[in-house]
Design a protein around this ligand. Structure first.
Ligand code: SAM
Length: 218
């Protein structure tokens, strides 16, 4: 069972920036492969949804950007200028014309107006941000009524060897730049857990795709 909702150590915005300054140049090689399937699933889900204006939070080096269909217009934000610089290089290199903007911005507190986007998606970012509850609240604010919010992430195992390993790995959260002991309940309150579609994705169900459908009233 999950003993506590909050990861034991916390990553504030400065430690996130420090961690991804160190990771930026190695990120695609070290993490790109293992996370590729989850990222692909999330983008496929976004591509299948109605609406064209997509906010990708924690866009990182932009690994997902080439996979959106051309009709989707992407705004990407990230706390790390170092990661964003690589995303900008990717957009240029691959001639991605549907990436509208890439901006340094805190996903917990954006400058977008209410109801600016049809879809918001966060890939492997929910377990990195200092306050996942604020992240979710902000995405609900900037997504239009009728819009969708998606996450793909690693969440703490419910038991077994994986839970033990993840608790040990959590001691290195600052160096890793994410929380291996991040429970899904830290992101989704019970009412959102109840309405979310939660799908394990390979490898070995290590990651989970969460799709939050439109709220009944907003
Ligand atoms: C594990 S990486 C994921 C990158 C990318 N989404 C991917 O699929 O490869 C997490 C990213 O989230 C960014 N991040 C962390 N906290 C953030 C915040 N509060 N606002 C915006 N970006 C944030 C980090 O800078 C980093 O680029």
């Amino acid at each position: 069972m999950v003993s506590s909702l909050k990861p034991r150590s916390s990553l504030d915005a400065d430690s996130v920036r420090d961690a991804y300054r160190r990771w930026a140049r190695m990120y695609d090689k070290v993490f790109g492969g293992v996370s590729a399937f989850g990222r692909r699933r999330a983008v496929e889900a976004v591509n299948a949804l109605p609406g064209t204006r997509v906010l990708e939070v924690g866009v990182g080096t932009g690994l997902a950007l080439p996979s959106y269909k051309p009709e989707k217009h992407i705004t990407g934000i990230d706390l790390s200028e170092d990661m964003l610089a690589l995303a900008r290089e990717r957009v240029k290199r691959e001639g991605l014309r549907n990436v509208d903007e890439l901006m340094v911005m805190d996903a917990e507190n954006t400058s977008f107006a209410d109801n600016s986007f049809d879809i918001a998606v966060g890939m492997f970012v929910a377990s990195v941000v200092p306050h996942p509850d604020l992240l979710l609240a902000e995405l609900k604010r900037v997504v239009k009524p009728g819009g969708h919010i998606l996450f793909v992430n690693h969440f703490l195992a419910r038991g077994g060897v994986r839970l033990k390993v993840e608790k040990i790995m959590a001691r290195a959260s600052r160096a890793l730049g994410w929380h291996p002991d991040f429970a899904i309940e830290s992101l989704l309150p019970p009412e959102d857990m109840a309405r979310a579609t939660i799908t394990p994705v390979p490898p070995a169900g290590l990651f989970t795709l969460v799709t939050l459908p439109p709220e009944e009233t907003k």
